[in-house]
Ligand binder design. Structure first.
Ligand SMILES: *Cc1c(COP(=O)(O)O)cnc(C)c1O
Length: 437
């Protein structure tokens, strides 16, 4: 029997009209600092690389911000509103009394949640007369998202793709080329910083921090070129809240009260987007939901990092951000979940974590793939390697419920699909997938 709540959908008109900004409510949020003066960063410190409206949103403490009509209309192209689906076959296989639901960000044609902010960023840059956006990409999802939505607003895209992924995921490069982007393997010969790193570490597999430095360098050098970041900063967290706002509307509709909400966390944007509206309720005393961020053992910024000011990139060009960090020169081990290979954590997510509004766990690569394969077998969906981290945590929670008999409601964010990442699954099936701890 297929349960009534097997799939909860919303109408197109129910796409949220406003984003939720946690900066309005979370206590203890520290401002970014100018690295030279040590003073709180001024808008000018960001305006070299970002357009006006993005700079404004980055510093905003307004609780709700209207989503422009043009952005909302195009969210439909990304398959919004996305389904909230029940994993009842997985529940059965696990013999758990828990209910498991997941929010389907894998349904976007871009393969992940990244399009939600890419769309807003491309729109604001086009409004501001910017003709080129530069960016970094780890596993390739962010570069793919930005490359595609830039076409909607007639903007060119230049992507620096972390070398390890560039070599391991050639199909991602093909996708970005199809959407019309220029793609460089990072570190590249195309920037001063890239050339310097190549000289010092010719065999490096690269990192997100290095690729960010390269992309920022181009944005600083040309006035009508801006930089777009796929995670970490406040405006990115803001744009992703369409995920959690939709999920709340869906849970209300189907009378689902979440006991646990889970998402993987690299820079923190799908976690933030999915959970910040619920964290808002926690702050108001209207929710006691257990909120869990899941990290890879290869880049455990929340579970093993320090809460302090650090650079967002490797070269030390960005303002200093107050966040959980492993150090801006930390280069995580190569893992298939390239989107989680980042040394820091979004300042907003870090503040929520510091305040005890959420907790964090970390897993090693092979156990996350084991969870992903089990999910694929029962639900038919091949998850992104990043999303496997959330699935692993959800399964562990469901198994704990089996042991205790608790009938918890577990809701997790399926941040993307893994159909362009089959190499990792191939290694797992062949038994050659390495540990990342
Ligand atoms: C980029 C990415 C992530 C990690 O980034 P966050 O900003 O932490 O969300 C997770 N899952 C998928 C599928 C991604 O593409």
């Amino acid at each position: 029997m297929i349960p009534k709540d097997a799939r909860v959908s919303l109408d197109v008109e129910e796409i949220p009209k406003r984003w939720y900004n946690l900066a309005a409510d979370v206590p203890g949020l520290e401002p970014p600092l100018n690295p030279v003066t040590g003073e709180p960063a001024k808008p000018e410190d960001f305006s070299q690389i970002f357009c006006k409206e993005i700079v404004r949103q980055e510093g905003s403490t307004r609780r709700f911000i209207d989503i422009p009509e043009e952005v909302r209309d195009n969210l439909i192209q990304l398959n919004r509103p996305s389904y909230l689906q029940r994993a009842y076959r997985l529940e059965r296989a696990l013999k758990t009394p828990a209910k498991i639901y997941f929010k389907r960000e894998d349904g976007s044609p871009l393969g992940s949640h990244k399009g939600n902010t890419a769309l807003a960023q491309a729109y604001y840059n086009a409004e501001d007369g910017i003709h080129t956006l530069t960016t970094e990409t780890g596993a390739g999802q962010w570069g793919t998202a930005l490359a595609m939505v830039s076409n909607m607003f007639d903007i060119d895209t230049t992507v620096f793709m972390v070398r390890g992924s560039y070599n391991q995921k050639p199909m991602r490069k093909t996708l970005m080329h199809m959407y019309g982007a220029k793609v460089y393997s990072s570190p590249s010969e195309y920037t001063e910083f890239g050339r310097r790193i190549l000289k010092e570490h010719p065999d490096t597999s690269g990192s997100l921090g290095i690729a960010i430095s390269e992309a920022c360098e181009l944005a600083v050098k040309d006035e009508s070129t801006c930089y777009a970041l796929g995670s970490v900063l406040n405006h990115v967290m803001l744009h992703q809240t369409v995920i959690g706002l939709e999920a709340q509307a869906q849970m209300e509709k189907a009378e689902i009260v979440p006991d646990v909400m889970i998402a993987c966390a690299g820079g923190g944007s799908n976690f933030a987007g999915f959970t910040f509206p619920e964290i808002h309720r926690k702050i108001q005393g209207r929710s006691e939901c257990d909120i869990v961020a899941v990290e890879p053992k290869a880049a455990p910024s929340l579970t093993q990092g320090e809460f302090r000011y650090d650079f967002g990139d490797t070269a030390g060009m960005t303002p200093l951000l107050m966040m959980y960090t492993l150090g801006h020169d930390f280069i995580p081990k190569g893992i298939h979940a390239g989107g989680l290979r980042y040394h820091g954590m979004s300042p907003l997510v870090s503040a929520a974590y510091e305040q005890g509004l959420c907790r964090a766990v970390s897993y090693d690569q092979p156990e996350t793939f084991e969870a992903g394969v089990l999910f694929a077998k029962h639900e038919g969906i091949v998850p992104a390697p990043e999303s496997n981290h959330a699935i692993k945590a959800a399964i562990d929670e469901a198994l704990r419920c089996r042991a205790t008999g608790e009938e918890k409601t577990i809701v997790f964010c399926l941040s993307g699909h893994g159909l362009v990442d089959l190499y990792g699954y191939d290694q797992y099936m062949e038994g050659t997938l390495p540990s990342s701890a």
